[in-house]
Design a protein around this ligand. Structure first.
Ligand SMILES: [Zn+2]
Length: 174
């Protein structure tokens, strides 16, 4: 059932989505976008320049500079662009790579995967399943000793942490 076992690495046609950064910015009226997707102008207006660069142009924040790379606060991480709950602190672990790292998303279907062969590497890009914003990449088999042996390497600027005690404090701590 691993994403690495079937669809992604096995499907070389999965890179059908063009890199938004390569787009000149011209409108593409025939684009088959998710229903919730906004226009480029709307994203530019709503997001900060750094958020826009990472979320909408598949950029990467510099390691050890993001808000959450070393955060241990219990809570839920939402998509910075659309507010969808994507990850929780339960799956966050210390990878010491300089970005927030999770060994699984909150649930299957919360994120989508795209085969990314830019930058001279062969990687799996992770995007928000709701608004299609860039989140980061997922790697497998690095030996971190987590339940999945996967590392969702996510930009802090793509996320917004909602601490648990401001939401539902009834959840039992393991
Ligand atoms: Zn989103």
């Amino acid at each position: 059932m691993s994403i690495f076992g079937n669809s992604i690495f096995g499907n070389k046609a999965a890179d059908a989505v063009a890199n938004p950064a390569a787009d000149s910015g011209a409108a593409r009226p025939d684009e088959q976008a998710p229903a919730s997707q906004k226009t480029d102008a709307q994203w530019r207006e709503e997001l900060t320049p750094e958020e826009y660069r990472v979320l909408r142009q598949a950029g990467t924040e510099r390691p050890y500079t993001g808000e959450y790379w070393d955060t241990h606060t219990a809570g839920v991480y939402q998509c910075r662009a659309c507010g969808t709950e994507l990850f929780t602190s339960n799956e966050k672990f210390d990878s010491h790579c300089g970005w927030p790292s999770f060994w699984a998303p909150l649930a299957e279907g919360k994120v989508r995967y795209i085969h990314d062969r830019t930058m001279g590497m062969d990687r799996i890009e992770v995007r928000c399943g709701t608004c299609d914003s860039h989140l980061g990449h997922v790697f497998e088999g690095e030996g971190y000793g987590t339940p999945t042996d996967q590392r969702y390497c996510i930009n802090s600027v793509s996320l917004r942490l909602v601490p648990r005690d401001t939401a539902d404090s009834a959840t039992a701590e393991g």
